[in-house]
Design a protein around this ligand. Structure first.
Ligand SMILES: [Zn+2]
Length: 200
């Protein structure tokens, strides 16, 4: 089983451009490459889960989503950060224009379908899995899938979210790097506490 960080894409890893389809417009959020280096350095696999209803709406194609993905990987590589282990997208929207994708699905966050699929395909240890998102729907999906904790960043749509109590505690962070540092530090101190308890 792999300990895992789930990351949202738009507003967390890259600057949120509404319905981004042009790889030339991709810009990493401040701290993204460093956050990914630290998460990977701590032994976690990284899986991106992203709602891309622009596909259902007919704004862009799967090919364009994959082109943006390749551009993000290129930028990460250029900044010395590893590639995510996998990318999962929900292409659906119930009011979409493309019939094939205009459905009520199980994978559009806050539903946990994308994370559960990733869990099966990448051996995710949900008890040691975390989510970094810019919407409460990211955290809701994470908790519905069984993740341990998560962080809401203030980049992207983070500042507009009305904070509410969810089924598990989560923290808020300035950006993806702040989120990664806080979640990793909390894990570190939790595992130290567990070791001490075992000894005594
Ligand atoms: Zn879906």
């Amino acid at each position: 089983m792999r300990k895992t960080f789930f990351l949202d894409r738009d507003g967390v890893m890259i600057e949120d451009e509404n319905y981004l389809a042009d790889p030339a417009k991709v810009r990493l959020c401040p701290g993204c490459a460093e956050a990914i280096r630290r998460i990977a350095g701590a032994g976690y696999q990284i899986i991106v889960t992203s709602n891309q209803s622009g596909i259902a709406r007919g704004y862009f194609s799967w090919e364009e989503v994959k082109a943006v993905e390749r551009r993000i990987e290129e930028l990460l590589d250029g900044a010395g950060a590893p590639k995510p282990a996998a990318w999962y997208y929900c292409p659906h929207h119930p009011r979409g224009a493309i019939a094939e994708y205009a459905v009520e699905c199980d994978c559009r966050k806050p539903k946990p379908g994308l994370l559960l699929q990733a869990g099966r395909e990448h051996d995710v240890d949900f008890e040691n899995a975390f989510m970094i998102g810019d919407k409460l729907s990211d955290l809701k999906a994470a908790f519905a899938a069984g993740c341990r904790s998560g962080a809401l960043v203030m980049t992207g749509h983070g500042g507009e979210q009305k904070l509410e109590l969810l089924e598990k505690p989560y923290l808020t962070a300035r950006n993806i790097l702040d989120a990664a540092e806080k979640l990793l530090a909390a894990e570190e101190s939790a595992s130290e506490t567990a070791k001490v308890e075992k000894r005594s």
